[in-house]
Design a protein around this ligand. Sequence first.
Ligand code: SF4
Length: 412
Amino acid sequence: MKKDKPNNNLNKDLPIPSYHAMIDHDSKEEFGLKIGIIDADLLSNNSHRFPNLALMKISAYHKYRRSDKVTLLMNYNDIEKYDMVYLSKVFDYTEIPIDIMKYDNLYYGGTGFHYDLMPDLPDFMEHMKPDYILYHSWIGDMMREGAKRKEFEYYLDYSIGFMTRGCFRKCEFCVNKKYDKVQLHSPVKEFLDEDKPYICLLDDNLFGYPKWKDIIEELVTTKKIQSELQLRHKQHWSNKLNTITLKRGNKIKNIIHHTSHYIIDYCNKNKINTLVVGLNKTWKQNCKLNGSATQNFVFIPYDMLIKQLEYKCQDVGVRLIMTEESYTSGTSFLDNETPKKQNYNKSRRVHRGLFKSNNGQLINSDVNGAYQIMKKVFPNAYADGIKGCLTPVIINVVKTTRDIKNGKENFR
Ligand code: SF4
């Protein structure tokens, strides 16, 4: 898109947006949408040192509640490539290109537009725990260019939120003049990230809330719990942890690149022209693995894998179809059941990872699920019988020198 000259007088000409479209959207079943997030204050001032809380909540809603693919956009060029793009600015002097407002998929908000007249986020977004990793890719880029971690402390070290909102004083110049009183907004646990050592409250007049002592008590209790954690782990963060985190991120990126490459290569070699991927919008929230397995699963960036599959599929002309995967884990492929509610019976998952068909034949649960996911898109795919596996094969996509020495180059 051609870039227009930024226009500072744009704010007053824009209609006050309504969030009805988003609320309608919440009731829709589509998911896996491409969502773009634009922090206009950040784009206009790259050294901006405070994250946009509303955008982090919007991002969390799309990522964790809907399993959409969220990207923090670092320019205004590709708005039309996304299903929805959210743009926010806090400061009225932040400039944005006037031409972008023509896009129907663009939702804008923030005090930088209409100050106190802007509507609040709908409750289902407002009360999400912020997506504290929204800015991480940008922070990583900045640090690689020489920025210091300290410059991003509000992004990395603080749980941010409002425990109360509003004020009763109605000062003419204040964004809070629309309120009549200070009201309770959210408990600290709603926005607390236990890995962060500090809490940053954005409340404008916390002590104007009649029961402010309760809030202080809640904070003290939270601090005590955090201190216990601190004692247990000795410290919250260190350069060593920083290095480990970066190293882990790079390792995951590498594995995901190899994985997507392997899949595409496999499609190519076997003349497969369509790839079906299942998406479950609550797979991370409902994850019931044991302890650290849950933690590891939740932190795997499936978005990244899907994005890579998307562009690699495009490159080689493979059609990528993403489909919801409801009822696929509790319906039986071997009994030729359609994945729908009437056939759903999860008691046939006799152990984790093992599914028993009605005549007692065993099949790996993931394999059963995968076949059923494919059936969602191609109901008659198995009309001529199947030629495939009932137990999964573990593929080592990242070969280490040790693997090669031990003869485990590809399969293990
Ligand atoms: S928050 Fe401060 S400036 Fe705003 S209305 Fe209250 S007292 Fe006035």
